[in-house]
Design a protein around this ligand. Structure first.
Ligand code: FEO
Length: 169
């Protein structure tokens, strides 16, 4: 059975993952409003990924015979200046999430919860990918500069992204 301190930390992270989902859906809505449906698709997939992260943790608390609890969170940002502004926001958000995952791992270590430690390793690796993919898009956008043709091409590429559910443990 999971101890209360670890359980509460997981429950807080479930909320943080759902908040990330809402933030990315809000980003998708903005990108749709500036006629970048491919970029918006990328963010819609990101929304699905965050929901899957939240549910992976929720299921884990239940599996460890803990008590999953759901709480609310603040409204996400609604307006941005550009696609670049959005992805810079997403990158800095992911850096914050990495900090939260690292804190969870610290708790698993201090509580000597080896099972939680192993479970969290997936999230530690996932954060490396999450940061790298946002950073990669920022770099591409910066290279494009003011090229409308380049932006159109990139929008088509990001429109190809599909959701792949994370593998179960
Ligand atoms: Fe759930 Fe984007 O990290």
């Amino acid at each position: 059975m999971i101890n209360e301190k670890m359980q509460d930390a997981f429950n807080k992270q479930v909320t943080a993952e759902f908040y990330s989902a809402h933030l990315y859906l809000s980003m998708a809505a903005y990108l749709e409003s500036i006629d970048l449906p491919g970029f918006a698709n990328w963010m819609r997939i990101q929304y699905q990924e965050e929901v899957s992260h939240a549910m992976k943790m929720f299921d884990y608390v239940v599996e460890r015979d803990g008590r999953a609890t759901i709480t609310g969170f603040e409204d996400p940002q609604v307006e941005w200046k550009s696609a670049l502004d959005i992805f810079e926001g997403a990158y800095s958000h992911e850096q914050k999430v990495t900090g939260l995952i690292n804190n969870l791992m610290d708790i698993a270590i201090t509580e000597k919860d080896h099972a939680a430690n192993i479970f969290l390793q997936w999230f530690v690796n996932e954060q490396v990918e999450e940061e790298a993919s946002a950073k990669g898009i920022i770099q591409q956008l910066k290279m494009l500069g003011d090229s409308k043709g380049g932006l159109f091409q990139m929008d088509r590429e990001l429109g190809q992204r599909v959701f792949t559910p994370p593998a179960s443990e």
